[in-house]
Ligand binder design. Sequence first.
Ligand SMILES: Cc1cc2nc3c(=O)[nH]c(=O)nc-3n(C[C@H](O)[C@H](O)[C@H](O)COP(=O)(O)OP(=O)(O)OC[C@H]3O[C@@H](n4cnc5c(N)ncnc54)[C@H](O)[C@@H]3O)c2cc1C
Length: 346
Amino acid sequence: MSTHSDSAAIQESVALETGSRLPEAHAGRAPRPRRASTYAGFDFDVMVVGAGSAGLAAALTLGRCRRRVLVCDGGPPRNETSPAVHGFLSRDGIRPAELLRLGREQLAPYDTVQLREIKIKDITRQGQGFALVGDTGGGREFAATARKVLLATGVADLLPPLPGMRELWGRGVLHCPYCHGWEVRDQPLAVYGRGRTVTGLALLVSRWSRDVLVVTDGPGHLTQHARLRLRREGIQVNEGKLSRLIGSASGDLKCLEFEDGTQLSRAALFLHAPQQQRSELAQVLGAQLTSKGAVRVDSKCETTVPGLYAAGDTTPGTQQALLAAAEGNKAAICLNEVLTREECPR
Ligand SMILES: Cc1cc2nc3c(=O)[nH]c(=O)nc-3n(C[C@H](O)[C@H](O)[C@H](O)COP(=O)(O)OP(=O)(O)OC[C@H]3O[C@@H](n4cnc5c(N)ncnc54)[C@H](O)[C@@H]3O)c2cc1C
């Protein structure tokens, strides 16, 4: 962990990192004077860690509130390998990268918002706020302070180590029928997993196709009742060990191959993979996680660490791009209100 108590060094570090990823609006501008609301020597009102749907939506609302914001973009979003984002009002079918490009572009008019390629690697308390340290795209170390921090760092899906799983993830291997069920409707589908998880997912997927096969890749740990429920919906169960998933060069699934050499043609395979947080920043500060590993937040999007907020997939609940954006928007409003209360004491 880096230590960075010397505020002069922090100021210098912020001044060095003047490159913004909002070219049109910021190119050629003189450095902006510090706004009155950035009080008590903090570099930013809010640092938003993560530039997916949640982080960009939060930055948009905070920019419209004239808050000094730094959005730290640490890399691709969770759905990077997917060809399209579905179910996002007015953007159904848009490429994930294009959705975020539009989101970044629409931050450009808000001259108190900066967005930079920075992966935050450490966060500590500094007075009433926080000090953050990260790596920039160029490998230089970055450090800055903020009154509040919003974690919008998302989650990572932990895929089983079956050959083909990772390669086809997002196209032939799908995580969610609400996002991608329509595209494979009425086709032969597989649902991978064991126990209650696979039962629930298979019953759900059977609303999109009447040809659904559960593959458990070994003993399925299914109760008699689960087997009955699956059978009632015409869902077969195959407990054979899989050897690999075979797909096309473009990532579509062609068939499942079992260890006995049998091949079975399927158009897509769904699974609910376990997840982990993309970043450990919440844990570094001692924020509580739920039993499922999500960052616990209250109704104002604040974690159990005062001043540390979280939004999007990183928090509990349904995971969708539109919902992540909505949570980012809500967190931004909560942040602006708490900052306002601090600036306008009773
Ligand atoms: C294959 C796939 C397909 C999907 N398809 C759909 C769909 O069709 N429709 C839909 O609604 N949802 C879909 N989803 C779900 C959707 O991707 C998520 O709900 C959404 O991306 C969540 O947004 P987020 O901003 O919370 O997280 P993300 O989009 O994952 O963004 C988090 C960001 O934080 C950054 N980050 C992490 N750690 C750091 C750090 N230390 N410093 C700086 N930055 C950091 C990451 O690089 C990332 O850019 C899909 C998911 C998957 C896996």
